[in-house]
Design a protein around this ligand. Structure first.
Ligand SMILES: [Zn+2]
Length: 309
């Protein structure tokens, strides 16, 4: 039986908000169109945060409006709080993702709330969603699930308990994020298994970073224990601020190559995906793009059996 995975492209959000230059909206839209043309079916197109804090994301409502024209594409946005969620619902997104840090130190630094206060906020967001936008999916992403640069080790029991609390608060799925690139494959297997034991089918995406070169290995480890949704960023955009010069998010092109070479269907045409680097490069001419597959090219005789875009 053919197996398949969903690759969720987070570059327009996770990538663009970590670079200091703002990509002009016309380039963002070209880039998103190129991703869709390559067969990408879920895109985190921006975040609804204060434009004073993140001017790169000030045009997110307009980007959502454009992305919604693509039939069959799930349009996602990150929101840090109730206010952001309301704006996202108004903009018409299909899905919101809420970052909840397992590390108290990271949580306070990132959203100025403790993890428990975030769960409370999400409880409120879920009831607003139920009243005003019942079709919008809510995902919580547990950031620093595998370790924290501020706090160090993050207790796995606390991650599992947080996942349970988030499901109890009403979210549709809970993903695990290796925000700081500290995870290893054994840990990824163990933690996803433990979380699935408690929240079952509500276990969501793996969001892995490549800070120490283990991004793909960690994705494969997650795949081996049943994870089927993976966040990734074209060109690995989103360098980790704690590791200058290191690539941040898992590179979409390499991740898609890995799965397709294994015979796992991503629905994404690799040649077109690599071509989608061009509008990104034009929109952000000073940023370096990563990726081994685009540099090496596709192997001789390589065919994508299931892809029809
Ligand atoms: Zn990330």
């Amino acid at each position: 039986m053919e197996s398949s995975v969903l690759i969720s492209e987070v570059g327009p959000r996770d990538g663009l908000q970590s670079v200091s230059t703002t990509m002009p909206i016309e380039h963002k839209l070209c880039w998103i169109d190129a991703l869709v043309a390559a067969g990408v079916r879920e895109i985190e197109v921006g975040s609804f945060v204060s434009p004073k804090l993140l001017p790169q994301m000030a045009d997110t409502a307009l980007v959502v409006e454009h992305a919604l024209r693509h039939e069959g594409v799930t349009v996602m946005a990150l929101v840090p709080n109730l206010r952001g969620a309301q704006t996202a619902f108004d903009a018409g997104v299909h899905k919101i993702t809420l970052p909840v840090s397992a590390s108290k130190a990271h949580s306070l630094a990132n959203v100025k709330k403790t993890p428990q206060e975030m769960v409370q906020e999400i409880h409120t967001i879920v009831s607003v969603r139920n009243d005003l936008a019942p079709n919008v999916q809510i995902e919580a992403g547990i950031s620093t699930a595998f370790g924290c640069t501020l706090q160090g080790i993050v207790d796995e029991d606390e991650v599992v308990a947080l996942a349970k609390a988030l499901v109890d608060a009403g979210v549709d799925e809970v993903g695990l994020s290796d925000t700081t690139g500290m995870a290893n494959p054994a840990q990824v297997r163990r933690l996803f298994n433990r979380v699935r034991d408690v929240i079952g089918q509500k276990t969501g995406a793996a969001h892995m970073h490549n800070t120490r070169g283990l991004g793909l290995a960690n994705c494969l480890a997650a795949y081996d224990v049943g994870v089927r949704t993976f966040d990734a960023s074209l060109g690995g955009l989103g360098g980790c601020p704690y590791a200058p010069g290191a690539s941040g998010n898992v590179v979409t092109e390499d991740l898609v190559f890995m799965f397709e070479a294994m015979g796992v269907n991503t629905g994404i045409n690799l040649e077109k995906l690599i071509a989608a680097r061009e509008p990104l490069r034009i929109g952000l001419p000073t940023e370096s793009l990563y990726g081994m597959t685009p540099e090496a090219g596709l192997p001789k005789g390589f065919v994508q059996e299931f892809v029809n875009v």
